[in-house]
Design a protein around this ligand. Structure first.
Ligand code: ZN
Length: 133
């Protein structure tokens, strides 16, 4: 695993939170993107080498809607950049971690992504992401 690529924050209202984080960071989000398969709309802020991803649910059964229902708004996941997502998935599986998807899936911001079950990582949802080329 390389650096922290981004931190994902679950929010109720993306437009409101875009404004809030724009005031906090002094910079506007550089992109907005919906991921239909995940039921989310996202916005990304660049902070030096790292990014902050805001996530809003687009439907009630979206994982973000369920997360907010249970825990409220806040930090949802930490994403790590990897060079070879399949190799990293195999390595982590061999280490006994549970993957939430068996195949890399297309995520936001031009990435292949895979999530680890938070039960096996002290309650922290971990995302692996590799640049899609
Ligand atoms: Zn993410």
């Amino acid at each position: 695993m390389n650096k922290i690529e981004h931190i994902g924050i679950a929010v109720k209202n993306l437009a409101d939170s875009d404004g809030l984080f724009q005031r906090l960071f002094g910079a506007a989000p550089y992109k907005h993107e919906s991921v239909e398969s995940e039921g989310v709309t996202t916005s990304f802020f660049q902070m030096g080498e790292s990014k902050i991803e805001l996530l809003e649910a687009t439907r009630p059964d979206s994982p973000i809607a369920k997360f907010i229902e249970k825990k409220g708004e806040g930090v949802h996941h930490i994403a790590f950049a990897v060079d070879d997502i399949r190799a990293e998935m195999r390595r982590l599986q061999a280490e006994g971690f549970q993957l939430l998807n068996e195949e890399p899936k297309a995520g936001a911001d031009n990435k292949w992504v895979c999530f680890l079950h938070p039960k096996g990582t002290n309650g922290v949802l971990i995302e692996l992401c590799q640049e899609r080329s």
